[in-house]
Design a protein around this ligand. Structure first.
Ligand code: TRP
Length: 342
C-alpha cells in the first residue's frame, strides 16, 4: 500500500525539445542537443517535437521546404538512436491545442515585453526584417510557451540563446495560474548542455547550415573527407615544422569531442604546439574519427530511408499520443477560464 502511494506521488520529469525542420541536422546539433536526448530518453518522459509551424514563421513562402525536412529530420533522429519506444515524436502543426493555447496566452503578454526579448531582437536583425516584422514571427515566443505547457513539460533542454523563451514561458505560466486561480500550468527549467556549441569547419564560433560551415550527419564519406581536408586551422601554421596553435583550432576542438583516444589527441596537441606535425596528418586522423562515428548513423539512416512508411507511422503514433495529453491540458485550461459551455 505504502509502495503504491509512493508510486502515485512520484512525479516523473517531462522533457520537451524541438527542432525547426529547415535542413538536415549536423554535428553541432549532435553535440548541443541530440546527444543529451539519447540520455534523457532513458531517464524521463521525453517528447521531441518537429516545429514545422515555427519553421514557417520565417519560411512561410516555402512550405514545401519545411514539409520535406520533417521526414529528413525524423531520419536523423532515428539514425542516431532516438527510440520511438522511449521518445514520443510529434508534429507541431498537428496539435491544434498548441495553437489554441497560444491564442489565450496572447492576452497575457504585452507587445513591449515581446520587443524586449533578446532572442527575438537578435533574430529580427539577423533575418533582416527591418520594420516589416511578420506578426507570426514576433509572437513565436508565446507559441513556444504553448508547445511546452501543452504537455506540461518541466525540463527544457535548450541552448543559451533560448533562455529568454523559458523565462517568457514561466511568466505566462505564473500569470495564467494567478489570473484563472488554478494551478493548471507547470513551470519549467532549462537544461543547458555541457558543450553547447561546436565551431564551424571555417573556424566561426557556431556550426550552422546557413553559414555553410556544417558537417551533416547524413554527409557521405567523400563529402566528409572534402570538408575535413578543407577545414580552417591555425592560419600561422604554414610549414609542418612551424609551431602551431591548438586553442581556437576547430580540428582539435572536434578531436576533443569525438576522438575516443584521449592519449593520442593529447600527444598530437603537444606535437602540433612544438612543431613538426602537419595539418594534413591531423586532418586525416580527424576524418578517420568522424567517419567511424558517422558510419553506423549513415547505415541506420539508409535503412529508415528505405522504409519511409514506417517512419511516418512512428510520427503518426507519437502525434496521436501527444494529442491525448494535449486534449486533457486544454480541458483543464478551458475549465479554469470558464470556457466550458456544454
Ligand atoms: N525554438 C527552437 C529552436 O529554434 C525550437 C523549438 C520550438 C523548441 N518549440 C520548442 C525548443 C519548445 C524547446 C521547446 O531551436
Amino acid at each position: 500500500m505504502q509502495f503504491l502511494a509512493g508510486l502515485c506521488m512520484q512525479k516523473k520529469n517531462i522533457v520537451l525539445t524541438g527542432d525547426r525542420p529547415t535542413g538536415p541536422l549536423h554535428l553541432g546539433h549532435y553535440v548541443g542537443s541530440l546527444q543529451n536526448r539519447l540520455e534523457f530518453q532513458n531517464l524521463y518522459t521525453q517528447y521531441v517535437m518537429i516545429a514545422d509551424a515555427q519553421a514557417l514563421t520565417d519560411n512561410y513562402e516555402h512550405p514545401e521546404k519545411v514539409r520535406q525536412h520533417v521526414v529528413e529530420v525524423m531520419y536523423d533522429y532515428l539514425a542516431i538512436g532516438l527510440d520511438p519506444d522511449k521518445t514520443t515524436f510529434f508534429i507541431q502543426s498537428m496539435i491544434p491545442q498548441i495553437h489554441e493555447l497560444a491564442l489565450y496566452y496572447l492576452n497575457l503578454v504585452t507587445v513591449n515585453r515581446l520587443k524586449r526579448n533578446p532572442t527575438v531582437k537578435a533574430e529580427i536583425q539577423q533575418k533582416g526584417f527591418g520594420s516589416s516584422i511578420p506578426v507570426g514571427f514576433f509572437v513565436y515566443p508565446i507559441h513556444q510557451a504553448a508547445d511546452i505547457t501543452v504537455v506540461k513539460a518541466n525540463l527544457i533542454p535548450v541552448g543559451e540563446d533560448q533562455l529568454p523563451m523559458i523565462e517568457q514561458t514561466n511568466e505566462i505560466v505564473r500569470s495564467f495560474n494567478r489570473i484563472y486561480k488554478r494551478e493548471v500550468l507547470v513551470k519549467c527549467d532549462a537544461i543547458i548542455p555541457k558543450i553547447s556549441r561546436l565551431p564551424g569547419i571555417d573556424g566561426k564560433a557556431k556550426m550552422s547550415k546557413t553559414l555553410g560551415n556544417a558537417i551533416f550527419l547524413s554527409d557521405s564519406s567523400d563529402v566528409l573527407k572534402k570538408k575535413v581536408m578543407n577545414m580552417y586551422t591555425d592560419p600561422d601554421h604554414i610549414l609542418a615544422s612551424d609551431p602551431g596553435k591548438v586553442e581556437g583550432n576547430p580540428v582539435f576542438t572536434y578531436l576533443d569531442v569525438f576522438s575516443p583516444d584521449r592519449v593520442k589527441v593529447e600527444e598530437m596537441k603537444a606535437h602540433y604546439r612544438r612543431g613538426g606535425l602537419g595539418d594534413v596528418k591531423v586532418k586525416s586522423y580527424l576524418f578517420e574519427v568522424l567517419d567511424a562515428f558517422l558510419t553506423p548513423i549513415r547505415t541506420r539512416r539508409r535503412e529508415f530511408e528505405q522504409n519511409q512508411q514506417k517512419v511516418m507511422n512512428i510520427l503518426r503514433d507519437g502525434t496521436q499520443k501527444t494529442l491525448h495529453v494535449a486534449m486533457q491540458t486544454l480541458k483543464e485550461v478551458k475549465d479554469a477560464m470558464h470556457l466550458n459551455y456544454f
